[in-house]
Design a protein around this ligand. Structure first.
Ligand code: WTA
Length: 657
């Protein structure tokens, strides 16, 4: 157990007061009846309430098939298309309502109505077809926060080609790894985009990724300014030029089985390369739409802004699929929140009269640090606020409530994961009081438990492993191409894996949590070797493999250091090969290797070159000791080490005398 972690978080929890949502919020909320929980406890039928939010071409025959655990099936026999649910079905009522409201960092703005989105998605789908993309081909999309990204995703969904979106900040190698793993033969990318006033050359990454994959992928390149970049390789296709041949094309949506995959989203785990979390069409979309309605309180007439990146799961579920399935106006913005100035987020919120705002604790801590003066000149009025991605300290929560919510907006702290498709633990906003620092109660139909390392349920409010004991429609189907790894990673630890009774199977989240006496869950963070850097999930293993790519490095260990703003940051400890003297050039190479293998967002905060890493007698690297050193904690017992002097030596090197 991460006992030290629990203690630090405990110490920070000063404010344990409950806050009640204001009557004006409750009066208009989508869910105001506590019996919703009873309805969903009728498992699995309860979840049909979410599926009924969608339009189905063919109704399902069976809600849930648990006969082959952990390969659960949802809404079996049902047929639907995700792009129809996010676009076509809204045309009668809201053809001219803005679906996507886009702000470029350079001041460009686009209001894409549901009618426009329908036209553009059809044209892109037609283009994809014309280059030979068929149902079930996996399309890799490496695009930043520009309209081309949701348009391409929905075009893929229209023709039944699962997409695999790779966050734009990921490096060429990361793109190549994901393409290889998914046997993806098409890469959709862009020439460049704006960040902090700079036009970033994205094409360089595309070229390097294409050079790195063994198969020759097709490459579609959007351009940020309609004009094709002059440096496009001859074999690439410029999207806007080619789209001219598909004007006003209509593509009949391909009806998908509820269980057909909608997309892959790669995420970091404890071992090896990132895993492709595979999400199904019916259950995922139902769950994303349902939680958007019940938790985020989205209504069709709302302007809703989730300031995450579509390249992560939050953006998939809560910028694109959930909000558009509900027919709302979803805001998306390119670039950095401090450019052109530190008040830009609030300027945008005022300009578009945003009703619902959604961000991460890292962003909140950053806004706090920048100071209230950046809010003062803007009139924004949020009804509802969301936080996601990391534990939020009560101090940051209170600041969010007071300064962004003006003490009237309701806040939901939503706990979930790439694997879960949508929220699992958070309060339905009109039903429960808010408690800063606690994610709240399980969502309707969700059954979490806290268990000790032996899998025994923990009674009382002690920290333990957060597990989920009953399936839900948003859960991942498998790890793409690797059912064994799916079982090993998420189920084996606390399940009877020989049983074909689904009730013997327990999903392991990898997080630690406490169930408080009032039933609210307080999330403590990852218990495994996954770091949460500014809300981005990074596996320490991935970082370590990048570091040992540097020829001078003999061994490496990466630990998480608690960081006031970013939550955690990586510290790299590396020992060098015999006879090599440490110098700054090697440190720079290590940082460059991480940027090349993963991306600049994973850059370590410190690189510490050491003579030797602390090891047990059997040669296992003691990361826990390094973590203590990184976090200025006292060293525990080191007598069982092969060389007990090593940690003290490193400690002095890092912390000084
Ligand atoms: C962490 C992001 C505390 C957690 C949706 C989880 C949180 C990991 C919260 C998943 C929260 C997410 N409070 N911690 N409200 N939400 N986490 O896959 O450690 O990028 O396991 O999905 O983020 O990160 P992922």
């Amino acid at each position: 157990m991460a006992s030290e972690e629990s203690v630090t978080i405990e110490a920070r929890l000063s404010d344990r007061d409950y806050l009640r949502p204001i009557p004006a919020f409750i009066g208009q909320a989508n869910v105001t009846d506590h019996r919703v929980y009873d309805r969903f406890d009728d498992f699995p039928e309860g979840f049909t309430e979410y599926a009924e939010l969608l339009d189905w071409e063919d109704h399902w025959d069976e809600v849930f098939d648990g006969s082959d655990p952990p390969f659960f099936k949802w809404f079996v026999g049902g047929q639907l298309n995700a792009s129809v649910n996010c676009i076509d079905r809204h045309l009668d009522d809201r053809q001219n309502q803005t679906a996507l409201l886009w702000e470029g960092e350079d001041g460009d703005q686009r209001n894409i109505t549901y009618g426009d989105l329908h036209r553009e998605v059809n044209e892109m789908a037609s283009l994809l077809r014309s280059i030979g993309i068929e149902e079930d081909d996996i399309v890799t999309i490496h695009l930043p926060m520009v309209p081309a990204l949701p348009i391409t995703m929905l075009a893929c969904a229209r023709i039944g080609a699962p997409h695999s979106v790779v966050f734009a900040g990921f490096s060429a190698s990361a793109v190549a790894d994901r393409m290889r793993d998914a046997d993806s033969e098409l890469l959709v990318t862009i020439d460049g985009y704006y960040r902090r006033g700079e036009f970033l050359d994205h094409l360089a990454k595309t070229n390097a990724a294409v050079d790195e994959v063994e198969h020759d992928p097709d490459v579609l390149v959007w351009s940020r300014h309609d004009e094709p970049a002059t440096s496009l390789r001859r074999e690439y296709t410029h999207v806007q030029t080619k789209l001219a041949d598909h004007r006003r094309d209509r593509v009949e949506p391909v009806m998908r089985d509820a269980e057909d995959p909608l997309f892959l989203m790669y995420t970091s785990g404890t071992t090896g390369k990132p895993k492709g979390c595979q999400h199904r069409t019916g259950g995922y979309l139902a769950y994303a739409a349902g939680t958007s309605k019940y938790v985020l309180d989205i209504k069709p007439g709302d302007t809703y802004w989730c300031a995450a990146d579509i390249g992560w799961i939050t953006g998939h579920s809560y910028i694109v699929y959930g909000p558009l399935a509900l027919g709302t106006t979803s805001v998306m913005r390119e670039g950095s929140p401090d450019h052109p100035h530190q008040g830009i987020v609030w300027e945008v919120a005022e300009r578009h009269a945003v009703d619902i705002f959604h961000t991460s604790p890292t962003a909140i801590r950053m806004f706090m640090k920048w100071g209230e003066e950046h809010l003062e000149s803007y009139e924004f009025d949020f009804r509802h606020l969301t936080t996601v991605g990391e534990p939020i300290q009560p101090e940051a929560w209170n600041w969010y409530y007071e300064h962004i919510g003006h003490g009237t907006a309701v806040i939901v702290d939503t706990w979930w994961q790439t694997e879960t498709g949508g929220h699992l633990i958070t309060n339905l906003p009109a039903l429960w009081d808010m408690k800063p620092g606690s994610a709240g109660l399980p969502c309707p139909g969700i059954e979490p438990a806290i268990v000790d390392d032996a899998g025994q349920s923990i009674e009382g409010d002690e920290a333990g492993n957060l597990v989920i004991t009953r399936p839900w429609p948003g859960m991942l189907q498998t790890v793409y191409g690797d059912d064994e790894r799916f079982i090993e990673t998420y189920w084996a630890r606390f399940s009877d894996i020989d049983s074909d009774d689904w009730q013997d199977w327990t999903y392991v989240s990898g997080d630690g949590a406490i169930k408080e006496p009032d039933g609210y869950y307080r999330i403590l963070g990852r218990l495994d070797d996954v770091m949460n850097v500014a809300g981005h999930r990074i596996g320490t293993m991935e970082l370590e493999s990048a570091v040992v790519e540097v020829p001078e490095v003999a061994e490496a260990a990466v630990t998480a250091r608690v960081h006031e703003e970013k939550g955690q940051v990586p510290d790299v400890y590396a020992s060098l090969r015999d006879g090599i003297e440490p110098d700054d050039g090697i440190k720079a190479d290590i940082i460059a290797a991480i940027e090349a293998e993963i991306g600049a967002f994973a850059r370590p905060s410190r690189v510490i070159l050491v003579d030797d890493l602390p090891k047990t007698r059997s040669g296992k690297i003691m990361r826990r000791l390094l973590e203590d050193i990184s976090n200025d904690r006292d060293l525990g017992d080191t007598t069982t080490l092969r060389d007990p002097a090593v940690p003290e030596q490193i400690r002095r090197q890092v912390q000084g005398a």
